[in-house]
Design a binder for this molecule. Sequence first.
Ligand SMILES: [Fe+2]
Length: 269
Amino acid sequence: MIKNRQFGSVLQLEMGKEINGRVLYSMAAYFVDGILFDTGPYSVTGEARGFFPSLAVEKVVNTHHHEDHIGNNYLLAEQGIPIFAHQKAVPLIEDPSQWTGRLLDYQKLVWEYPPPSPCLPLGEYFQSRHHTFRVIHTPGHSLDHICLLEEEQGWLFSGDLFLGEKVKQLRSDEDIHQSIQSLQYLLQYKFDTIFCCSGRVFEDGWHKMQAKLNWWQEIYQQVINMKDRDLTDEDIRDQLLGEENILAQVTEGDLAKMNLIRSFLALRR
Ligand SMILES: [Fe+2]
């Protein structure tokens, strides 16, 4: 499934595989002024092949190397369209076999393996015909993650960094301390609208980002206090975030509340 929605001059492309009439774990790419931010998972490549030519894409930017963001790069590369990402993402996008051996069953089912594509490193700024985007390295969700900020319009293309104010689950390979630093760094800039790869677009984005940072810092303090009282990781999770739900089960623990607790405690072990 590829579903379009217009937000002013920004077009959102919600992309996800349909199984038995249900769309599983969709993501959102964005298109504005000739630039395609992320290309979606390979599992929708048939539709993407038919749809992308109608966009007149001039350049592609990947917010990070995850398989749901780079899966259709190869379609654009076939047309000679250049693909850009953070320098740390370049080798991972050019040769996904370096990391796709670690994909779990749910990732292979809903997103599938991304084909390799050529990729160029981004500088500090990125230019489209009418806009200048500041490239901001925001590691945490992944080491190579970037956000793109259009300061005149107040747009922030936030990849998988934001997702929501109170997200209780974390991927097993995420580093919450890096994410907190990335939020603090990002909040030095001004922005209004967050275009999130979850498919949600947030107005008043700067304050929502600040609220996310505050919530993580509060939870961190509580985790530390509870650990000092010798509570187990499971008890801390249950008291602060509640028990795991179906998401942890389906993803073999890859998206789980426990990952958030353990990432908070990683510096203390
Ligand atoms: Fe991601």
